[in-house]
Ligand binder design. Structure first.
Ligand SMILES: *[C@@H]1O[C@H](CO)[C@@H](O)[C@H](O)[C@H]1NC(C)=O
Ligand SMILES: *[C@@H]1O[C@H](CO)[C@@H](O)[C@H](O)[C@H]1NC(C)=O
Ligand SMILES: *[C@@H]1O[C@H](CO)[C@@H](O)[C@H](O)[C@H]1NC(C)=O
Length: 485
């Protein structure tokens, strides 16, 4: 979901519901509190033990695409700054051309925001409008600016974990210098960054007659570089000598609703497919999904990228989208923000079984790994005997990374941590399916089915949110790296 910007985990959803739930003093008796605290302590200790049990990986990883400068701005302040009044009638727009459309779109999400828990990304085709919004954003004292983009976030995470990384992304020299040394950037420097404006608002924010039902963000961009994947050819050349263990593809949501010349988008995706087919089978290919509104684009991505990948990463909103696309050929917009475990595992099995059937002619690959990250848990499925190692550790690592990212601290403070996963779960909605009791001393539950293994780690929910942007990327890359050693 997300912007070039970032892929956020499902953390935005957290705010209101959790706070109400956990800070309602009548909710728990003291006895319950003590039990909860003890359970949390054991689970955290178990996850940390799983993380410690692994040597830091010395993997080589290639990553693409997309990079940008993120401007994080308070939506309310920006609206005031540009004198944008709330419109009478809210309206949905897939892209934004005028101030009025921006106002209508925002109002739409203020009104319908209860179901839309995810940040939204929209392309702004009007340069005058985008410049105006950028200038207004940078003039506000509270606005923060970061290096964003799926690939740069993943690159940083993996370099920090000890990997050697090549990154196919373009941005300015200044932004490039903020990356760790272990990251080699392939794209030539840009004069100006692609900018993403993240308009954030909190629960209860009022705007005219509208009140935001929950915290969320609308991201607007006017990218000139990212949608063209213009570092693709460089990556194709470099990968031959670099010989990475994994190639990670992300950032394709930048193509959503971008006004390409007729046929050009498909042309670029076919080029990407060529890169994937030219990649030696020893290099595992991971594709990180995102949220797409354009059905045709998602279809093209499935045809040119998904079928050529060994591994897929996604959140609980992207999973039903992929299922819907693979089975019916359409996108499902509604998603459950707190999905139960059984239906998610069933959807994972469905995707796995469909993609395992892929005919490998022409360089297609049969899936061997799926990672679904949600607020409450991390689920990773790997094919037995495949190249993926340490699935249990990966699930633990993903869970710890999610918490550290959102709380903004490597140290995990139990006072800022909650478990929302139940103490036991069924593995499928099918009748007579297995019920698994989460063992506090070995909190990652792993079991085998057919030709695959599933590991599920409880999520450590951070209750004092410091950052949400980039969560999904951090989580996915931390889990992936542990598996490519
Ligand atoms: C682009 O935005 C500017 C500033 O809001 C506006 O004056 C202009 O009419 C817009 N152009 C189009 C073609 O909508
Ligand atoms: C997608 O197509 C299926 C089968 O035609 C239909 O049942 C479903 O309602 C559609 N979903 C959406 C979101 O349009
Ligand atoms: C996640 O990525 C962002 C951006 O690179 C970084 O600032 C943050 O520290 C990372 N969080 C974790 C837990 O690695």
């Amino acid at each position: 979901m997300f912007s070039c910007s970032w892929k956020s985990a499902s953390v935005i959803a957290l705010g209101a519901m959790l706070l109400a739930y956990f800070y309602n003093p009548s909710m728990w008796s003291r006895h319950d509190d003590e039990d909860q605290a003890k359970r949390l302590d054991q689970i955290l200790t178990g996850l940390l033990r799983a993380e410690k049990g692994l040597e830091p990986p010395k993997a080589k990883v290639a990553l693409g695409f997309g990079g940008c400068e993120d401007l994080v701005v308070n939506a309310k302040d920006l609206l005031e700054k540009v004198n944008l009044a709330a419109p009478d009638i809210p309206k949905h727009h897939n892209s934004v051309d005028t101030m009025d459309e921006l106002a209508e779109l925002l109002a739409y999400f203020f009104r319908h925001g209860a179901a839309a828990e995810y940040e939204l990304l929209r392309y702004v085709s009007n340069d005058t409008l985008f410049d105006l919004l950028t200038k207004a954003s940078t003039s506000l004292p509270e606005t923060k600016s970061f290096l964003g983009g799926n690939a740069p976030v993943m690159a940083r995470r993996m370099a920090n974990e000890g990997a050697e990384v090549i990154l196919a992304s373009r941005f300015t020299k200044e932004l490039k210098e903020t990356l760790p040394e272990a990251v080699k950037v392939l794209g030539s420097d840009l004069e100006e960054n692609d900018i993403h404006i993240l308009l954030e608002y909190s629960t209860g924010t009022r705007w005219g007659k509208y009140t935001a039902p929950r915290a969320n963000r609308l991201i607007v961009h006017s990218d000139n570089s990212n949608p063209y994947l213009d570092t693709l050819e460089l990556l194709e050349t470099e990968i031959k000598t670099f010989k990475p263990q994994a190639l990670v593809v992300g950032g394709l949501q930048m193509m959503d609703n971008f006004p390409y010349k007729e046929g050009y988008r498909k042309h670029r995706l076919e080029k990407l497919r060529n890169l994937l087919t030219a990649t030696p089978s020893k290099t595992s290919i991971h594709f990180e999904l995102a949220s797409f509104t354009d059905e045709k684009l998602l279809q093209e991505i499935i045809e040119n990228v998904v079928y050529y990948s060994d591994s897929l990463g996604m959140n609980e909103q992207e999973l039903p989208n992929l299922v819907s696309m693979l089975t019916y050929g359409n996108i499902s917009l509604a998603a459950d923000a707190y999905p139960r475990i059984a239906p998610v595992l069933d959807q994972m099995r469905l995707v796995y079984n469909l993609l395992r059937k892929t005919d490998t002619a022409g360089g297609k690959r049969q899936i061997t790994r799926l990672h679904v990250h949600t607020l409450a848990y991390q689920a990773i499925m790997t094919t037995k005997g495949s190249a993926w190692k340490n699935t249990m550790h990966a699930a633990a690592k993903a869970s710890l990374t999610a918490h550290r990212h959102v709380c903004g601290s490597k140290y995990i403070d139990q006072r800022k941590t909650r478990l929302i996963m139940d103490e036991s779960f069924t593995t499928s909605k099918a009748q007579a399916s297995k019920r698994i009791l989460v063992q506090e001393n070995r909190p990652v539950s792993c079991w085998e089915e057919d030709d695959f293994e599933i590991c599920l780690a409880p999520g450590l929910v951070c209750t004092e949110v410091v950052q949400t942007a980039g969560g999904g990327d951090n989580i996915s890359s931390a889990g992936l790296l542990v598996q490519v050693q």
